[in-house]
Design a protein around this ligand. Structure first.
Ligand SMILES: [Zn+2]
Ligand SMILES: [Zn+2]
Length: 646
């Protein structure tokens, strides 16, 4: 082939165009429109992400990614981290660099420098980064022999971390790539955006310590986090959300609203305080209602179990490092890290016939998992987990119907909180138990159930549990943060290990399929998420105190008491505030406690036999007739509405 030959480029819409061999994807984009060439950050050529400036040498399927695409964003943030490294090198010569990847929101770079970075240095580095951006430096990829790269980082830009990466991590590669931007060179696989000029807005967020390669015996580096955006508006919006997240932090609100506490004597296990327990119980009650009404039978199994069970289930082979071991002086026990093995014991406690199936056993189980102490954080990373579990034992023919039923529950449940679920199918991981065939069958069944429900989903390769594939359900909260909450897992392995059977219509023994599923996932995590999602302003049905009755002076104390008692008769969680404080003070106090409604009564209300109502954050709603108000309260509570305000 000579260079005057053409190559065929196929675009995502299926259209095909011819270009001279060696045309860069940036030039191809420019031939379509100038705007497109401006916006794109990276190209996908035959399934591989490459620099926009790289020549396309063969017929190819070509896709472009912009900042709105995850691929584009990652490249944008990744390149920004290199620009940060260059800025640091210019400001603090001699700095050495560990790794600098993009992360879910932004990027970081680990820096080894004699200079100890403080908050005020970050602004200085940001300014330098924007200056480098303005220089409009082209990012140039150079492929060189690994041995030459080692030489380069030993002699030219001395950096022992890059040498270690090249000697150790990249030891099976003959050729590696360097990226040059102006006078700055870094080791990187790429791809990068074509010029530093694409960086428009950047904010460096924090600096913290991190050990080289996560090893606490190695050098401590300074990790600088940041984020960048092409548009100023998007950076401002992101910074606003970060502020909002701080304000809504469940650890802070949990303390202020007296929902839960932690104590050093039990790391990673919350103490639920009375207010938190009210919410916990409401969630549990709702969970029980929907399960009792949908053909589940609730069980409760022991927390402390002999090692034999977990040998048989395979947990000791696959999960031992997460399990707490207890020795009674005679035998070894473990605190259960999952409910599943014991659910199989309940299943096999009696003969099952095909007519009994599906058997749906629900359990609110208390689990213990040995999370590293350093990884514990509020309700999001705990060692004691209350899991809203259920195990369904069914015939292979019932899988579709059962998974469909579970999805119906999940949809209903999340609609209640106005959370929109998204679905992911996770496939066979490398450390999987069982054969490829059974995994393929299981993955097909889950995909079929998703399709039957018309639910769009994405595939997460190799992200399944070790015993079966799963559907993970994610939601986005009020701050647009992504949470993995519910999960549905199909399992062919445990029924095998515990020799579970049912008698089929043919009179022979058959193996049931086991479905593991949770809707909250963990109560703790879900609770923490809810606190932040609602910023502590819980809907009426969850609010620890639903309505406060406030008298203006002692004159109305009996009237206030009658109102309070009527509320109690309707099972409202009401408080009677007869403190001899100024009414303004009392109102502010209930306002900080985020109580949804306040009934305020003075002489006028007492005379007219009515009430004045205030709603949290909205203020005065006007005068109401008591009975009417109570019946709308009851309606709002029982229908579990979100912030109706009568
Ligand atoms: Zn890079
Ligand atoms: Zn399970």
């Amino acid at each position: 082939m000579n260079s005057s030959e053409n190559i065929k480029i196929t675009f995502p819409d299926g259209s095909i165009k011819k270009y001279p061999k060696g045309t860069s994807s940036l030039d191809i984009a420019a031939s379509i429109s100038k705007g497109l060439a401006e916006d794109i950050l990276v190209a996908d050529v035959n399934g591989k992400l490459v620099d926009l400036t790289a020549p396309v040498e063969n017929d190819a399927k070509l896709k472009f990614y912009k900042f709105n695409d995850e691929e584009g964003r990652k490249v944008y943030w990744h390149t920004t981290s290199h620009i940060m490294a260059q800025a640091i090198e210019e400001l603090y010569p001699g700095a050495k660099f560990g790794v600098g990847p993009p992360i879910e929101n932004g990027f970081y770079y680990d820096v080894d420098s004699e200079h100890k970075f403080l908050e005020e240095d970050l602004k200085k580095i940001e300014d330098k980064m924007l200056e480098i951006a303005k220089r409009g430096l082209e990012t140039k990829r150079e492929e060189i022999k690994r041995t030459d790269a080692i030489e380069y980082f030993k002699t030219k830009r001395v950096d022992p971390y890059k040498v270690e990466i090249l000697e150790d991590i990249a030891k099976n590669e003959d050729v590696v790539s360097l990226y040059h931007q102006g006078g700055f060179t870094d080791l990187c696989r790429g791809p990068h955006m074509p010029t530093t000029a694409k960086l428009k807005n950047v904010k460096l967020l924090s600096v913290s310590g991190s050990y080289w390669r996560g090893d606490s015996d190695r050098q401590q580096l300074q990790r600088i986090y940041g984020i960048s955006f092409p548009k100023k508006k998007d950076l401002d919006e992101h910074l606003h959300l970060l502020e909002e997240a701080k304000r809504r932090d469940h650890r802070k609100l949990g303390k202020e609203l007296e929902l839960f506490m932690f104590h050093e004597y039990s790391p990673g296990a919350p103490f639920w305080l009375p207010n938190g327990m009210v919410i916990f119980k409401e969630l549990e009650k709702y969970w029980r209602d929907i399960h009792d009404n949908n053909g589940y039978d609730e069980i409760n199994t022991p927390i402390l179990v002999k090692d034999k069970l977990f040998e048989q289930s395979g947990h000791l082979d696959h999960y031992k490092e997460h399990m707490f071991r207890v020795d009674d002086g005679d035998e070894v026990y473990y605190l259960k890290p999952m409910n599943c093995p014991e659910a199989t014991l309940v299943y096999s406690s009696k003969m099952r016939s095909y007519k009994d199936l599906p058997v749906r056993l629900s359990e609110i189980g208390r689990l213990h998992r040995n999370e590293l102490r350093g990884a514990l954080g509020g309700l999001f990373r705990v060692r004691q987990i209350t899991m809203d579990d259920a195990h369904i034992f069914c015939t292979p023919e019932q899988i579709l119907q059962e998974i469909t039923g579970v999805m119906g529950l999940i949809k209903r449940f999340y609609a209640l909180f106005e959370l929109e679920p998204r679905y992911y199918l996770s496939t066979m991981p490398d450390d999987a138990m069982g054969t490829k065939e059974t995994w393929d069958d299981a993955e097909r069944s889950l995909a079929a159930a998703l399709k039957a429900n018309d639910l769009p989903y994405e595939v997460k390769e190799k992200d399944g549990a070790f015993y079966g594939p799963k559907i993970d359900i994610h939601i986005k909260d009020a701050l647009n943060r992504d949470w993995q909450i519910a999960t549905i897992q199909l399992d062919y392995n445990l029924p095998e290990r515990f020799d579970l059977t049912y008698e089929g219509s043919d009179g022979a023994k058959h193996r049931p399929v086991m479905v593991h599923r949770a809707i909250f996932g963990s109560f703790e995590r879900f609770f923490g998420m809810l606190i932040e999602h609602f910023a502590g302003n819980f809907p009426l049905w969850l609010a620890p105190v639903q309505v406060a009755v406030v008298s203006i002076t002692d004159n109305q104390n009996d009237y206030a008491k009658t109102i309070y008692e009527k509320l109690k008769l309707s099972k409202m969680r009401a408080e009677l505030d007869q403190r001899s404080e100024k009414v303004g003070y009392k109102i502010r106090d209930w306002e900080t406690k985020k109580v949804p409604y306040m009934i305020v009564v003075g002489d006028k209300e007492k005379q007219n036999n009515n009430i004045t109502v205030r709603a949290h954050k909205k203020g005065d709603l006007g005068v109401f007739e008591l009975d009417k108000f109570i019946s709308s309260l009851v309606e709002e509570r029982d229908s579990k509405k979100i912030n109706q305000n009568i």
